[in-house]
Design a binder for this molecule. Structure first.
Ligand code: PXP
Length: 255
């Protein structure tokens, strides 16, 4: 069996901005967090410019693009305003996500089957601009097929339901969700898509999912920022990296 491809860690810095915005000033600075995360071993930085600007703001995204030395993954809803900002910012990648104002976080995957007509021109414009497009979707065969048809080069599998079930100790649900992820990752890879995963991951679930060779990037934020309060961000990045490396090593051991 060929060696598994490397697994990249994208650190999501949204919640550094959440904390900053709680007092309305400039601190803590999400760009400083991004630079520190990269120094500690992150392979890229993810940030979500929400329509309501509840955490990351336009100037954060511009500074991230200007100041970090690793790829920037710009998460956004598929709206005309966001597209204009993304085309100006020219990040390495854009991850299209669903967005509802009343939600606490990105609750479900993008419905690319239901919205393919709306999404097609966004994907085409970003592809033409040389920005790598990723679609944040559930590990559902119909969504995966449509992502491939829409010529998005990348999908990010929504791991939230699986991670919640693991944390809740709901074994039956966790097993079912895990099976969906495994099947979806295999299907996506065989359709020629690059496969990422994210949402709700912690050290344990990141180690588990690292053993899937189809997945080449994990995007992780909330749990890491919580851990960083206790042990510091650099240590958190190193511990997460080690968990991912352990998971990947198990795979190579099986191979
Ligand atoms: N990937 C995507 C597409 C997301 O929307 C989010 C949440 O912003 C994440 C990954 C990171 O999720 P979490 O903060 O739960 O680790």
């Amino acid at each position: 069996m060929p060696k598994a491809p490397p697994l990249r860690l994208g650190v999501n810095v949204d919640h550094v901005a959440t904390l900053r915005n709680a007092r309305g000033g400039d601190r803590p600075d999400p760009v400083r967090a991004a630079l520190l995360a990269i120094e500690a071993g992150a392979d890229g930085i993810t940030a979500h410019l929400r329509e309501d600007r509840r955490h990351i703001r336009d100037e954060d995204m511009a500074r991230l693009k200007a100041e970090i030395s690793k790829p920037l993954n710009f998460e956004m809803a598929a709206t005309a305003d966001m597209l204009a900002i993304a085309l100006r910012t020219k990040p390495h990648a854009v991850c299209l996500v669903p967005e509802r104002r009343e939600e606490l976080t990105t609750e479900g995957g993008l419905d690319v089957v239901g919205q393919h007509n709306t999404l097609a021109p966004f994907i085409a414009r970003l592809n033409d601009a040389g920005v790598r497009v990723s679609l944040f979707i559930a590990a559902d065969p119909a969504q995966i097929d449509m992502a491939a048809k829409l010529r998005a080069p990348v999908i990010e599998i929504h791991t939230g339901a699986w991670c919640d079930a693991v944390v809740d100790g709901d074994k039956a649900k966790a097993d079912a969700e895990w099976q969906r992820i495994v099947t979806g990752a295999t299907l996506a890879r065989s359709a020629g898509l690059e496969v990422h995963a994210g949402h709700g991951l912690d050290y344990v679930t990141a180690e588990t999912i690292a053993a899937l060779p189809e997945i080449v990037e994990l995007n992780i934020g909330y749990y890491m920022m919580g851990e960083a309060l206790f042990v510091g961000l650099a240590q958190t990045v190193r511990t997460m990296r080690a968990a991912m490396d352990r998971g990947r090593a198990k795979l190579e051991h099986i191979a």
